[in-house]
Design a protein around this ligand. Structure first.
Ligand SMILES: [Zn+2]
Length: 372
């Protein structure tokens, strides 16, 4: 089997072949793949080869560890809201609050001191309307937060989530057209607002923008807008494969962005589709995305692996609200070891292909890892 490699992909191919062809030829495929795999590792046989040799001490294990977690890979999401000295706890996400800008600065300072290099800002505006005015207002909540963070913590990388749902009275990520049949989310008119929002974030000082809306063509629209404004050096981290997911449940409370009608399945991806995810990602690459994100993370490790393998781009994974809440809830009951479970989950996400880890546990994780 020339060109065959040993690993999850080969295994998948064999299983597929095994059900679709006659048994003898399937068996032949399996045995030749095995031979091929063993030829990659000549001499790798028991008793000469004993994998346990390199597991017998921590020093050995550290020497041969393939995947590493570091604080330098972490991004902390922060929810900013109007007001002063306001910390509004999010019930389903213990330890996470909606923060006024002054409190967001404190939170970001603590995270940064712990070794977290970047934050991802979400905004909860004073008022919402049907054109998401607060998303691209010069004095919008995210724009205010960016200015303060970049002034007080110039070293901190400030990434902004670019979407309209938090700013829309109906809670959808795009412009809504109502008709007799119900309502539609309009794609192309939404692009203009997203592009305007991204430019206003960068105008305020954002280091990177992260479009999360899943409208078609939005990375290109944002790239063009940034370039026209002279922001040619500002990278785009696109939520390239973002799935319609029940794992976002607690976030909706956090960002006050639950849709008032319908759901997001007409723009976010179907959880069943991996090949479509690769096409989605390919589009974002063609449109100029600099970093590709998969969201959620832990239930979508196969997508992450394939995105990293196929494209080789800098890749981010967003460990979303329910991933965090489930660990917190189980830990509060004494059922699991919060630190061990969190670190193992993030390690799995890294192993699957993520370079960047976006997690609500970022500050704790940075402390556990001993900072930079
Ligand atoms: Zn949205």
């Amino acid at each position: 089997m020339p060109g065959a490699t040993y690993g999850p992909q080969t295994d998948l191919v064999i299983r597929f072949e095994a059900v679709s062809r006659d048994t003898l030829s399937a068996l032949h495929e399996v045995s030749s793949a095995y031979t091929c795999a063993m030829s990659v590792y000549p001499g790798a046989q028991f008793p000469q080869y004993r994998p346990r040799r390199l597991r017998q001490s921590a020093v050995f294990r550290n020497l041969v560890r393939e995947t590493h977690l570091s604080a330098s890979q972490l991004v902390l999401p922060i929810f900013v809201r109007p007001g002063r000295r306001t910390r509004r706890p999010i019930t389903a996400m213990p330890g996470v609050c909606q923060l006024s800008v002054d409190e967001a600065l404190k939170e970001a300072t603590v995270a940064h001191q712990a070794g977290v290099p970047a934050v991802l800002l979400f905004g909860i505006p004073e008022t919402k309307d049907e054109k998401a005015s607060g998303a691209y207002a010069t004095k919008g909540i995210v724009q205010q937060a960016v200015r303060v963070l970049k002034k007080e913590l110039p070293e901190l990388v400030v990434i902004t989530d670019v979407c309209l749902c938090e700013y829309m009275s109906h809670g959808h990520c795009g412009i809504v057209q109502r008709n007799l049949q119900g309502a539609r989310i309009l794609n192309d008119p939404t692009l203009k607002l997203l592009a305007r929002t991204a430019a206003s974030h960068v105008e305020a000082g954002a280091d990177m923008v992260a479009p999360s809306d899943m409208m078609d063509g939005r990375v290109r629209a944002i790239r063009e807008s940034l370039d026209q404004h002279g922001f040619i050096d500002t990278p785009i981290m696109s939520y390239a494969a973002k799935f319609a997911s029940a794992f976002y449940g607690p976030f909706r409370e956090a960002a006050e962005s639950a849709p008032q009608f319908g759901d997001r399945r007409s723009y976010q991806m179907d959880a069943a589709n991996a090949r479509e995810a690769l096409r989605e990602v390919a589009l974002d690459v063609q449109e100029g995305a600099d970093i590709l994100m998969v969201k959620p993370a832990l239930a979508y490790l196969d997508i992450l692996y394939r995105v990293k393998t196929e494209f080789g781009y800098p890749t981010a994974a967003y460990a979303v609200s329910a991933e965090y809440s489930m660990v917190k809830a189980a830990a509060a009951n004494g059922w699991i070891d919060e630190q061990a479970i969190t670190l193992e989950s993030l390690l799995a996400i890294r192993r699957a292909g993520a370079d960047i880890l976006i997690t609500y546990a970022a500050t704790d994780v940075a402390r556990w890892l001993g900072g930079k």
